[in-house]
Design a protein around this ligand. Structure first.
Ligand code: HEM
Length: 309
């Protein structure tokens, strides 16, 4: 039972529950524990500049750090067994501000509210391996109709061939705000310049535990890894507070620029927190409860891992 609806209390309870299910790994993130950070540069196209005053979406290149991860809370989980992958981007703006964009390889989330996510964690033990078992799915579908769409997507998801060949979705709605103060709801997507490539089950046989980290390291020795930032423009009636629902596919998109990843970041501490609510002037968070709750859950995880717990 939830003892208190206060977000900080619920965040602690949620992180405790993740630890009970998946184990505690001292010093590691309580989700997306296995990952590496890379140095990158973002080159904006300028096409979003009339929608937002955000510095990185104007006309000047900005430095960024990118962390690729597999979603498991266990840092020993082989890349192939944790089907959802993460791409976290932190832009370092000329003014000193930071802008985060945190994406994963599925476009929608399993619950609309943090309370339901916590309850769902209590129902589904098999989530720790990335894919729910059939018996848990049946239970889940009956109890949580809002989770159906995301669970179906996860069940059909194939492993990506490379961190460089997946699209990453930041899921939540945000607002772009321009200098006249006009606000437009948007979602962000990273589209790989190398194209989408997944692995068939038979291609997975014998893959090393770190196949994705090894692959991107080899790739970066020969080329930059590039992603286009697409900004999807919401229209009246598109939900801004529900990450379990996709917006219609025909929404207009802005081609906002290209992120070029250069090399592994040797001078960046793993202490970095990719809190998705850290947005610069010109971007605002929406009223999505999951988005706003993540700040608290990530703080709890960071406090524990930075103390070596
Ligand atoms: C109730 C909802 C959620 C909870 C409780 C949660 C929990 C966590 C926690 C505890 C961490 C580790 C943070 C750290 O130590 O720095 C994390 C990382 C992460 N989460 Fe979530 N999360 C939630 C929703 C989401 C959603 C909707 C996405 C989709 C974009 C997402 C993507 C990620 C990614 C990519 C990371 C790795 C960040 C990094 O590279 O440092 N999470 N999550």
């Amino acid at each position: 039972m939830i003892e208190n609806k206060n977000e900080t209390v619920l965040a602690k309870q949620t992180v405790n529950r993740i630890e009970e299910i998946a184990g505690t790994y001292s010093g590691y993130r309580r989700a997306h524990a296995k990952g590496e950070t890379y140095e990158a540069e973002f080159s904006p196209s300028g096409a979003a500049a009339s929608f937002t005053t955000a510095e990185h979406l104007q006309n000047t290149n900005v430095k960024a750090n990118v962390r690729f991860s597999n979603a498991s809370p266990n840092p020993s989980t082989p890349d192939r067994l944790s089907i959802i992958k993460g791409m976290s981007v932190q832009f370092h703006l000329p003014s000193g501000e930071i802008a985060n964009l945190v994406g994963v390889t599925i476009p929608i989330f399993v619950t609309k509210s943090p309370q339901t996510f916590f309850e769902l964690l209590n129902t589904v033990n098999s989530f720790k391996e990335g894919k729910p078992h059939f018996r848990d799915m049946v239970k889940l579908f009956a109890s949580y109709p809002e989770s159906r769409a995301a669970i179906q997507i996860i069940r059909k998801l194939e492993n990506t061939k490379s961190y460089a060949t997946a699209a990453y979705y930041t899921m939540h709605a945000f607002y772009l705000v321009n200098k006249e103060g006009n606000r437009v709801p948007v979602k962000f997507e990273w589209i790989p310049e190398a194209g989408i490539e997944t692995l068939a089950v038979k291609e997975m046989v014998g893959l090393p535990k770190d196949y994705l980290e090894n692959e991107i390291q080899n790739r970066l020795e020969n080329e930059q890894v590039k992603f286009r930032l697409e900004i999807v423009l919401g229209e009246p009636g598109d939900l801004t507070d529900d990450p379990t629902r996709e917006w219609p596919k025909d929404r207009k998109r802005i081609d906002a620029g290209v992120l070029s990843i250069n090399r592994i970041a040797t001078e960046v501490s793993d202490d970095i927190v990719f809190d998705p609510t850290v947005v610069p002037k010109g971007i605002e968070c929406s009223d999505d409860e999951i988005l706003l709750f993540r700040k608290h859950a990530y703080t709890v995880s960071h406090e524990r891992r930075s103390k070596g717990e």
